[in-house]
Design a protein around this ligand. Structure first.
Ligand code: ZN
Length: 121
């Protein structure tokens, strides 16, 4: 596994303490459509599914976002409400992979990226 090249995650790979990027517990709430993370440093994060999908770090979604940023009228192809988070799976000890109802499963959220996403809200 190489370092992620995504500029967003790269920018956030600053010197966050290890405890701040180590989850103590992870819970996917399918009914609420939320991912809840308790971090070792005591912070608790709640990520609504649509927000995770909007910030999906996979190459395809990043390309889509870059295209949208460049256009004056970004077109939402699918309403985020129609896409459900169906399951999640740990990837080694550094990331979580999310599975969506539309079959999308290439988004691997490393914990530094997740934490940075929460701190950015
Ligand atoms: Zn994606």
């Amino acid at each position: 596994m190489s370092e992620p090249h995504d500029p967003i995650s790269k920018a956030h790979q600053q010197s966050l303490p290890v405890d701040a990027v180590t989850p103590e517990s992870l819970a996917l709430k399918r009914v609420e459509q939320e991912l809840r993370v308790s971090w070792k440093d005591g912070q608790a994060s709640v990520f609504p599914a649509f927000r995770l999908r909007k910030n999906c770090p996979c190459a395809a979604c990043r390309t889509e976002r870059e295209k949208d940023t460049g256009s004056l009228l970004p077109i939402l192809k699918t309403s985020p409400d129609d896409i459900k988070l169906t399951s999640a799976q740990l990837v080694g000890s550094y990331a979580i992979q999310l599975f969506w109802s539309d079959g999308h499963d290439t988004g691997i959220f490393d914990f530094r990226y997740l934490r940075a996403l929460d701190d950015a809200s």
